[in-house]
Write a protein that binds this ligand. Structure first.
Ligand code: NI
Length: 255
């Protein structure tokens, strides 16, 4: 399986899981079929480390923002500091932002306020958003309908009906390792039905490694396994799918 031109639209290479061999791995990705990566910050610290990675590697771009699980104590000063990062040309999205009602570590009203504030900011900056929605489909969709940002629902876990709503709003659908899992009914149904011009491929690495690496550390080259599964499902060629998804990513992220 020698796929090339893989665009990983969601990675966390600043995660401690890569501390032992980060530079070796990042230097090898281009030889393993990966052409572009978007690294996502989840708070002020990781947004800065994300930007640092983007400065050191030409093929890495940065999304910066406050993740719903990391926004409990965000202050106005934090927002101001984050706002300054968006002036950097390597920052191409507001993310990852959203709602997480699964872990429930941050009160819903706080999550909703921080999410909405960042949706407004993204529209103001004319940047796409990278959205994390875990067990918060209704509230996520309501805010997206209200603010109509451009962007992607990453690691999409909703139904085909929700996917169709998101596509109607102009949004893109990010799929990754979950489509290869044995219990993956919904992601597979979405992968089969999503319009070809709205699909993005992603890892969420170090998490969500596809079968046969499930539970191990993930990296962007393993998207080849995800592309294989989705292509088969859609009766498409895996390389053509990777190419189409890269074109989609370049379009939505303005690259
Ligand atoms: Ni993520």
């Amino acid at each position: 399986m020698n796929l090339t031109g893989i665009f990983d639209t969601h990675a966390h290479y600043d995660d401690a899981a890569f501390d032992a061999d980060r530079d070796v791995l990042l230097a090898s990705l281009k030889d393993n079929g990966v052409s572009s990566v978007i690294n996502c910050g989840v708070d002020l610290t990781t947004s800065r480390t994300t930007l640092d990675l983007a400065h050191r590697y030409d093929y890495i771009y940065a999304a910066v923002g406050f993740h719903p699980e990391d926004c409990a104590d965000v202050t106005d000063a934090d927002f101001d500091a984050m706002r300054m990062l968006y002036d950097d040309p390597k920052v191409i999205a507001v993310g990852e932002i959203g709602l997480d009602y699964y872990w429930d570590t941050v009160p819903k009203d706080v999550q909703l306020a921080v999410f909405e504030r960042q949706l407004i900011l993204a529209n103001e900056l004319d940047l796409p958003v990278i959205i994390h929605d875990r067990e918060a489909h209704g509230d996520t969709l309501a805010l997206l309908q209200k603010h109509r940002p451009k962007g992607v629902l990453h690691c999409f876990s909703g139904s085909v009906e929700m996917m169709e709503e998101a596509v109607k709003l102009g949004l893109y659908i990010g799929l990754g390792g979950a489509v290869t899992f044995k219990n993956a009914k919904k992601p597979l149904a979405v992968a089969a039905a999503v319009p070809a011009d709205r699909l993005l491929l992603e890892t969420d690495c170090p998490y969500m490694a596809p079968v046969p690496f499930r539970g191990k550390r993930n990296d962007s080259s393993l998207i080849a396994y995800v592309a294989q599964v989705i292509a088969q499902l859609r009766n498409a060629d895996a390389q053509a799918l990777v190419d189409r998804c890269r074109e989609n990513a370049n379009r939505i992220f303005g690259l």
